[in-house]
Design a binder for this molecule. Structure first.
Ligand code: NDP
Length: 332
């Protein structure tokens, strides 16, 4: 059996290019007892992978040059010598960036039956959805009646944050990078949406959208967005720092916002988090999210690139705003 797989050729400097990746074929060995063969159906591309392309110490180890990349994937078992993993079962794993692989089942989960497309286990029912839920409930502790500001608001995490914010009774203000994304959020009931690419001053636009101030900022972007949020936060506001995608391709240190004194004057609480540290709550999250999806209270959106050869473009597209909802690659 042949597999197609993508390795990291070179570490990107600035914005990644397709030259940083290479697509190879490899031959898989015969199955041993206790192993099974998976054909990947979907793989995830995520902004955190950019950090793993840098050779530095972080919360997750860097990718190794010349080795197959890793990431979330959903596959189907097509041959099995393992009693717990029968042929036909769908499994989630971190063995993305390849079409087929053999495993002993470590770190594999058999997916439950669902009427939804199984790719949503990489998005709204998976790591990004869990990130949105964790940031709002456990970090920012959003309450009904509060005003929530969300950046990268139409992406995998942001679109769930916006919808959960509405469900929790908050007034939601969203920031996105195109009018098309803004219209899609308005269609979901988010009344105040800012296109940050067409505003002269994000701070002024935020003040106009939320004249009574921001109680919770769900930070996905950093830079100018953090500056604008700090200017508009209310006293005792909370900032859940989830990510700072505007800085992931920077080649020199980015200066911090010049208005950090707001943290003291407004008595703000700012807390970063990594979703994997909260995974013991996944059961509670997935039960709630499953119900919201079934009732139509949360809508799952995704942008699909087709074919493993498109995976580098899908990944690069995250930094060019090419996705609405979760960016996934369909492999079969
Ligand atoms: P998205 O689906 O939101 O995709 C990225 C989006 O970010 C793009 O579509 C684009 O939308 C926006 N963007 C890209 N570059 C910039 C920029 N320079 N300035 C402003 N916006 C930009 O990704 P995710 O939902 O997966 O991730 C969102 C954030 O959450 C990231 O910072 C990520 O690192 C973080 N994250 C953190 C986790 C944690 O455990 N802490 C877990 C998962 C994600 P637009 O068109 O609107 O610009």
């Amino acid at each position: 059996m042949q597999t197609q797989q993508i390795t990291l050729n070179s570490r990107p400097e600035g914005m990644p290019t397709t030259d940083n990746f290479s697509l190879d074929n490899a031959l898989l060995p015969p199955l041993k007892q206790g192993e099974f063969l998976v054909k990947n159906l979907w793989m995830s591309v995520d902004p955190y992978m950019r950090g793993r392309m840098i050779d530095r110490k972080s919360y997750v180890k860097p990718f190794v040059l010349g080795e197959v990349l890793e990431g979330g994937a959903i596959g189907e078992i097509i041959e099995s010598n393992h009693n717990d993993f029968p042929v036909g079962a769908k499994v989630s794993s971190m063995n993305g960036w390849r079409t087929h692989y053999i495993t002993d089942g470590s770190n594999h989960t058999v997916l439950p039956e669902t009427p939804l497309c199984e790719s949503h286990f990489l998005g709204v029912l998976g790591m990004p959805g869990m990130t949105a839920w964790t940031g709002l409930n456990r970090i920012a502790e959003l309450k009904a009646g509060e005003t929530l500001f969300v950046s990268a608001a139409s992406g995998a995490v942001g679109s769930v944050v916006c919808q959960l914010g509405l469900l929790m009774g908050a007034k939601v203000v969203a920031s996105v990078g195109s009018d098309e994304k803004a219209d899609a959020l308005r269609a979901m009931g988010i009344e105040q949406v800012i296109n940050y690419k067409t505003t002269d001053s994000l701070s002024a636009a935020l003040l106009a959208a939320a004249p009574d101030g921001i109680d919770v900022y769900f930070e996905n972007v950093g830079g100018e967005h953090l500056f604008a949020a700090l200017n508009n936060m209310n006293d005792h506001g909370r900032i859940a720092v989830c990510g700072m995608i505007s800085q992931y391709n920077d080649t020199a240190p980015t200066p911090g916002p010049s208005n950090l004194a707001n943290i003291v004057m407004k008595k703000l609480k700012i807390e970063g988090f990594i979703v994997s540290e909260h995974w013991q709550h996944y059961g509670e999250f997935s039960q709630q999210m499953g119900n919201w999806l079934a009732n139509g209270q949360i809508k799952a959106e995704q942008t699909v690139y087709e074919g493993i050869e498109q995976a580098p473009d899908a990944f690069i597209g995250l930094f060019e705003g090419k996705n609405r909802g979760k960016m996934v690659v369909k492999l079969a």
